[in-house]
Ligand binder design. Structure first.
Ligand code: NAI
Length: 343
C-alpha cells in the first residue's frame, strides 16, 4: 500500500517511520504541500496523507480520483481544507478526531499567561540584564470571566484549566452539551460579558469571521482574544483595527486566516508581503505562534498511531469510524450510522 505524505516536516517523519513496512505499508514523504501544482506527486499512490494547509479543493480531488487514490488520510482533526462534497462517492476521507486536546488547551493557556503577565517582554529584558519592571504590570486571572466558543474536546479541557484558576466560565456552542454543568449563553451575551474570549469551534460557514467589526463592537474594552482553532474565525483586519482603537486589550493567535503560505516555514530573511500580519506582529499586545498548539510528543505519537490505524482499517475493509463526509454534520442524513463507511 503506497501512501504519499504531503507537507511533512522532520517531526512528522520521525513519528511515522516506525510504522513503515507494517502490513506492507510503504511511505513516500514530500516536503511540499498538496495543491493543484503538486498533485502529480500522488500518481501511483493508494492513499494521500495530508495536513491542515494542504489544499484538497475540487480540482485536486478530481486529479486524485483520476490517479486511483482511494483514501485521503488527514493527520489532523479539522477538515475545512477538503472539499468534502466533491470527494464524496469517490474518495474516502478519514481524520484524527482527537490526539491531545490537552496539547491545544494548554497552549492556549500558555499564550494567555505569557501575554497578560508580559513574559515575552520579561524574557528579552532579563537576557539583556534589564531588570526593570516598568510596563510589565499584568492582571489576575482569578475572578475574571472567560467566554469559550465551542465546548468540544479542546474547549472542555480549556474550561477545566480556567476553573482551576478560579475564573468564571461562560460558553457558547451551536450544540450545547447537556448536563455538562457549563453556563451556556448566547454569542452576544458572551461577547458582552467576557474579559477573555477563547475560540475552540471548527471553521464552518457559520463561524467564518465570527470575530468581526460588529462582534468586536459588542465586546468589553480591553478584552483578550485567544484563537488556537482556525485563522478565518477572525477577520484579521477587524482585529487589527480593534487593537489600534485600544478596544482589544490583547490577542493571542496560534492560527491566522492567511497562514497557509507562511506558517510552519522559516520565512526569516524574506520580505513579508502580508501587511496585516506584519502589523499585528509589531503590536506589543499581540502574540503569534505558528500553528504550534498541537506540537507535543504525545500528540505526534497519537496522530501517527491513529492515522496508520485509519489507513490499515480502510484497506482491510474494516469499519472506518474516523471517516468524515459532508453528511456527517447532520446526524439525520449521516449514512455511516450502522454501516462501515460513509458511502
Ligand atoms: P470538537 O469537534 O471536539 O469540538 C468542536 C465544538 O465546536 C463542538 O462542541 C461543536 O458543537 C462546536 N461547534 C460546531 N459548530 C459551532 C458553531 N457554529 N458555533 C459554536 N460552536 C460550534 O473539536 P476539538 O477537538 O475540540 O477542536 C476544536 C478546533 O480546534 C478544531 O475544529 C480545529 O480547528 C482546532 N484545532 C487546532 C489545533 C492547533 O494546533 N492549533 C489542533 C487541533 C484542533
Amino acid at each position: 500500500m503506497k501512501i504519499a505524505f504531503f507537507d511533512t516536516k522532520e517531526y512528522d517523519r520521525k513519528a511515522f517511520e516506525p510504522y513503515e513496512g507494517r502490513g506492507g505499508l510503504s511511505f513516500k514523504f514530500y516536503d511540499t504541500k498538496l495543491n493543484a501544482d503538486t498533485v502529480g506527486l500522488a500518481a501511483g499512490a493508494d492513499a494521500v496523507c495530508v495536513f491542515v494547509n494542504d489544499d484538497v479543493s475540487a480540482a485536486v480531488a478530481d486529479k486524485l480520483y483520476e490517479y486511483g487514490v482511494k483514501l485521503i488520510a488527514l493527520r489532523c482533526a479539522g477538515f475545512n481544507n477538503v472539499d468534502l462534497s466533491s470527494v464524496f462517492g469517490r474518495i474516502h476521507v478519514a481524520r484524527v478526531p482527537a490526539y491531545s486536546p490537552y496539547a491545544v488547551a494548554e497552549h492556549a493557556i500558555a499564550l494567555l499567561l505569557c501575554s497578560i503577565r508580559r513574559l515575552h517582554k520579561a524574557y528579552i529584558r532579563t537576557k539583556d540584564y534589564n531588570f526593570s519592571l516598568n510596563g510589565l504590570t499584568g492582571f489576575d486571572l482569578h475572578g475574571k470571566t472567560v467566554g469559550v466558543v465551542g465546548t468540544g474536546k479542546i474547549g472542555r479541557v480549556f474550561i477545566d484549566i480556567c476553573r482551576g484558576f478560579g475564573m468564571h466560565v461562560i460558553a457558547y456552542d451551536k450544540f450545547p452539551a447537556p448536563d455538562s454543568g457549563i453556563e451556556y449563553v448566547s454569542l452576544d451575551e458572551l461577547f458582552a460579558r467576557s474579559d477573555i474570549i477563547s475560540l475552540h469551534c471548527p471553521l464552518t460557514e457559520d463561524t467564518r469571521h465570527l470575530v468581526n467589526p460588529g462582534s468586536i463592537e459588542k465586546m468589553k474594552k480591553g478584552v483578550v482574544i485567544l484563537n488556537t482553532s482556525r485563522g478565518a474565525l477572525i477577520d484579521s483586519e477587524a482585529l487589527l483595527e480593534g487593537i489600534k482603537q485600544r478596544k482589544i486589550g490583547a490577542a493571542c493567535l496560534d492560527v491566522y486566516e492567511e497562514e497557509s503560505d507562511l506558517f510552519f516555514e522559516d520565512r526569516s530573511g524574506h520580505i513579508l508581503n502580508d501587511d496585516t500580519l506584519a502589523r499585528l506582529i509589531t503590536m506589543p499586545n499581540v502574540l503569534v505562534t505558528s500553528h504550534q498548539a498541537f506540537l507535543t510528543e504525545e500528540a505526534l505519537a497519537n496522530i501517527a498511531e491513529t492515522t496508520v490505524k485509519n489507513i490499515e482499517n480502510f484497506f482491510a475493509g474494516k469499519p472506518l469510524e474516523n471517516e468524515v463526509c459532508y453528511h456527517c454534520e447532520n446526524m439525520a442524513a449521516c449514512k455511516k450510522n450502522g454501516r462501515k463507511k460513509c458511502f
